[in-house]
Design a protein around this ligand. Sequence first.
Ligand code: GLN
Length: 493
Amino acid sequence: MSDLRPFSLSAAEISQRVHAGDISIREVADFYVQRTEAYASKLNTHLYWNASNIADQVKDQESKLKSGLKLPLAGVPVLIKDNICTRSVPTTCASKMLENFRPPFDAHVVERLVAAGALIFGKTNCDEFAMGSTSENSAYGPVRNPWNVDYVPGGSSGGSAAAVAADLAPVALGSDTGGSIRQPAAFCGIYGLKPTYGTVSRYGLIAYGSSLDQIGPFARTVADTALLFDVISGHDQRDSTSRAIPPFQTRNGVGSPDTNLKGKRIGIVKEFFSAGLDESTRQALSKAVDLYKDLGAEIKEVSLPSLKYSISAYYLIATAEASANLARFDGIRYGQRQEEAGATLRDVYQKTRSHGFGTEVKQRIMLGTFALSAGYYDAYYAKATAARHLISNEFTRAFANVDWLISPTSPTTAFRLGEKIDDPLAMYLSDICTLAVNLAGLPALSVPCGWDEKGLPIGMQLIGPPLGEEALLKGALAYEQTANHIGSRIPKF
Ligand code: GLN
């Protein structure tokens, strides 16, 4: 008989116990199906899931296991953000435009998960086409934060983050163009890793800002974050920006925790600790820094003056790329066609795009088209690209002197549903700590590091040099082992 209890097992433990014959894949699946039935609609985390599809996967994975294969994710339920393609399974990007889209293929990361023994447990709600910071820009209603259902879970990958925080699955995938993994991880009190650009294939990820987008894991432990990252990382020839590297093996490094950080140099980014930071966030971060000092690390202050350009540069580059990427949703090539008898091609385009896209997506397509237009290209897009280089160079210089950088993941904890949705500027400003990392293509991890006065989680961001994922995960592990913030609390929703 299975002794599974909510929040009791990590992905690594599920896989271990399945291999040991201690629990069956079916028992794990039944347990998570029950939890999904009980809570997914309350939190609005899922856009699609199907018990009979899960039962089929259970059979497939059980027969693979019987044949003696070693599967790193044997029987582990994984949720997938709904902008990542799953064969024959709806993939909507939380948009009306793709309401009936069932891709004819799996994304690279989905193929990798299935090969590793995972169960694809469903598709998660998010901001439409991943544009947003709260998961309120979904055509299918907002996601709720399990720590307080009147608050947002962050975004855009809010469904994945909220579901993992609520143990509707031990792990999930999201995508991060400007913070969409790290910020919801922070708002929901879990780990979220944005990998180095090019380490995880974007094949099958519906593009938002192609030079910024990366897929990455959500988990409730550092070890699970490492495990999932290892499985999805490594070269794929179908993504031309994929680095020619083998899959990472960070789980080995994370397997032997080392809380002695003597010789490690940690940089505190001065600009991220300026005005606009919540007092509770400031205090939690300063406690975390003290803890790192106690573990032997040397703390240095670092200044990255060009960070002040990151919001403007990001919102020009991301929208410019989005305006090009979303041109394909015209009702002819992709997208739910809107037409009437006698309509011209132009009418079809216009009706399809007016009806299919939500306000935020339209706003961004217009902004991006403007930034790329002949008369304004130099003033906006070219300048933003120059700022991007400045930011990137400053990070490179900083990493000559430190092993990783620390900042808050977000200047505040989660906000109330509806609080910022009518003020796009306030919403964009709240991305201040995460955007620069994508502009520079760096890896960064959000680590739960405390609670505010309302009982909402606070996140700390660790930023590393390119391909520095293992060092970040080890740094997070040293903190997890000594601070132990998450073990003690479970959300009540
Ligand atoms: N909040 C940012 C935006 O709206 C980041 C989104 C993301 O990372 N996908 O663009």
